[in-house]
Design a protein around this ligand. Sequence first.
Ligand SMILES: Cc1cc2nc3c(=O)[nH]c(=O)nc-3n(C[C@H](O)[C@H](O)[C@H](O)COP(=O)(O)OP(=O)(O)OC[C@H]3O[C@@H](n4cnc5c(N)ncnc54)[C@H](O)[C@@H]3O)c2cc1C
Length: 407
Amino acid sequence: MSRSSAPASSAYPQPMLRVSGECRSSSSTGASRAAKPHGNAGILSSGSISPLNNPALWSALPKYLSNQHAALRWNIGWAIRNPDWVIRFLANTRESRLRPRATALHGLIGASLKLHREWIVKAGAGQRIRETGWLKAWRSDAVASAKAEQALLAEYGIESRLLDRQDISALEPSIVPVYKVGLLHTQTASVDSPGNVVKAYAKMLVGAGGEVRESNIKAIVPEAEGWRVVLADGAIAARHVVVALGPWSSDILRPLGYRVPLAFERGYHREFKPNPARSLQRPIHDAEGSFLMTPMENGVRVTSGVELTDRDAPSSFAQIDAVEPMARGVVEFGDRVGDTWRGSRPTLPDSLPMIGPAPRHRGLWLAFGNQHIGFTTGPATGAAIAAMIGGAPPSFDVTAFAPGRYL
Ligand SMILES: Cc1cc2nc3c(=O)[nH]c(=O)nc-3n(C[C@H](O)[C@H](O)[C@H](O)COP(=O)(O)OP(=O)(O)OC[C@H]3O[C@@H](n4cnc5c(N)ncnc54)[C@H](O)[C@@H]3O)c2cc1C
């Protein structure tokens, strides 16, 4: 949530009061939030332009129906209670829906990566970014799949390199040569601690005159001259309010009459002590194993696939349990460090975020629904909203992200 203290007409509202969330076990809106405020694989992905609900999903669906696959588990009760979301999500797998969404995401991602690369240096965290790409790897002879992905990326000018087993060993000498085929996303970057990068950005905001305040937001209430943000420990008057609460955004909007069709692609990660003699150079996505391994500041982080269920349903560790031994079979690492983390990827039926004004309230802005790539797309999401509040055009086309398409 943010309050601009600059005039609405200024090109870029500079000093912002940002109210960011505390991760308590239960929020003001009655929903529980995960115990830890951070997670994810730290990938700043140039190539994530084809969402999960792409035409290839249909051929994979039969193997997901048994609910035993590490890539996707789904709760049947949740699916029965959310038929609209399921039908609309599947309807977006149509071939005709692929390129319009890829084009929209490409614009958002491109603008975001530019900002990340600028900000991370300005924020004094430049040592955290690695320009070593992201390796997607197949154990089977999946050259056709790799080439199809490469062709789609090439349509958008996104570079990638097709690799064989020897190329992969040359790039990642510490891994066991289990992969026959690889696709290196050369323009993708990654960071060694997403949490510390975001903290560095917050510090930069404060250095530029902004203010960060942590509190639990109970409600946002329209008033004659703007908004009142009701906090657990007070209230803030604001001309503009930006709802950027990720998976909790729909809760805060419901009392205002907005029913947001938001689903939660939950995922888990575990971190392990590194073996210094066996280090990874970049994040690796095991395409058939359905997991990711990323070298982080304090060890190797393994992340799981998608669990479609209620946001606050009890954790199920089946997917991460299944992939941990597979990851250990690729690279040696030590004991587990800390607890298993759970996060919710907030996803609208078309897998595009909402970035723009709320349709029925002046001064209310929506910025959420960034599904699997919210760490990548955060900067341009924020910059686009800031531009719109200031009356300027965003640096990329936001038409496809208009909240009015669902509200
Ligand atoms: C396993 C996994 C791996 C991932 N890896 C990557 C990756 O490598 N790269 C990438 O780009 N993306 C990745 N993602 C996706 C990314 O993490 C999500 O897209 C992103 O977290 C959503 O970002 P957000 O800022 O919208 O919401 P969040 O990060 O969920 O932030 C929302 C914030 O709002 C706060 N909040 C909610 N309600 C309230 C309230 N009432 N009052 C106050 N505060 C409140 C919450 O506490 C939270 O801090 C991954 C996700 C998962 C699950």
